[in-house]
Ligand binder design. Structure first.
Ligand code: SF4
Ligand code: SF4
Length: 267
């Protein structure tokens, strides 16, 4: 039943696992829910690829995915409580009690990429992971057996494409993290951003990956609406505080994004 509910939302990849099959990396997030003894977790993949971008990560072109994930989890848990009033349902995304990627592989939703991302056969790595924990059993949710923990073919394309070298073990920083730093950046960091024409995030280890070559675009309307695939100073300045707060980069503040845009325009 949960699969049909998720499919109605445009989410086609979902599977349940017993709680004993997942690595509880932040168990306190579950134990602090009073009176809840989770027995299973429903894992699902939310595809977000809605077309190319020019100077920012694909995930950041639409409005903040956290807004979508929160809404989806609220709608799903409401429907599940209506169907199973004797049971509990608690949703998470991003800040999760478990190792989400390993669990998604064990649930048969993809393989682990050497770039550290989950690779799905239809949507590549352009997916967000979400979970709903429940005290229903995994078997009652259709679970039969766990998939083996599989990795990609290790073609090496992501390592070759990585501009900082972190994927080759040559550096200790990721360009995505550099673009999110507050304060001032050093010459090397600025040169990396200019060379890759990046004002927010980095997708190079994803665009190089063969799993993303034919990644299907998302059927979910949220990711196609209000897109800014090319962020400019004019667009940023035209956003009032309410619109800015709905963007994926808002959490670092307007000044960080403005600094990045100025660094790229100053070449
Ligand atoms: S680029 Fe190759 S090595 Fe890297 S994650 Fe994709 S398939 Fe794996
Ligand atoms: S996001 Fe960019 S810098 Fe970070 S690991 Fe991937 S390719 Fe390297």
């Amino acid at each position: 039943m949960y699969k049909k509910l998720l499919l109605d939302e445009g989410v086609e990849y979902a599977a349940a696992l017993p709680i004993l099959s997942v690595d509880l990396t932040r168990e306190y997030l579950l134990t602090r829910i009073e009176g809840f003894s989770p027995r299973a977790v429903i894992l699902f993949l939310v595809p977000y690829y809605a077309g190319e971008t020019e100077n920012l990560s694909r995930y950041a072109a639409s409005e903040d995915y956290h807004l979508y994930m929160r809404g989806l989890i609220d709608r799903m848990t409401t429907k599940l409580y209506n169907l199973y009033p004797e049971h509990q349902f608690h949703g998470f995304a991003d800040h999760s009690p478990i190792d989400e990627r390993a669990a998604a592989v064990r649930a048969g939703l993809g393989v682990l990429g050497r770039n550290g991302l989950l690779l799905n056969p239809t949507y590549g790595s352009y997916v967000f992971l979400g979970e709903i924990f429940t005290d229903l059993t995994a078997e009652s949710l259709g679970f039969k057996e766990e998939a083996p923990l599989r990795a990609c073919e290790d073609c090496g394309a992501c390592r070759r494409a990585c501009p900082t070298g972190i994927l080759r073990g040559e550096g200790d920083d990721c360009l995505s993290a550099i673009t999110q730093k507050k304060g001032s950046l050093d010459g090397r960091e600025i040169a990396l951003m200019r060379k890759t024409n990046t004002v927010w995030g980095c997708d190079l280890c994803q665009t190089a990956c063969p799993y993303n070559r034919n990644a299907r675009t998302t059927p979910i309307a949220f990711f196609h609406e209000n897109r800014t695939p090319h962020l400019t100073l004019e667009l940023l300045d035209a956003m009032d505080d309410a619109s800015f707060s709905r963007r994926a980069y808002a959490w670092r503040g307007r000044e960080t994004v403005r600094r990045n845009l100025l660094l790229l325009s100053d070449t």
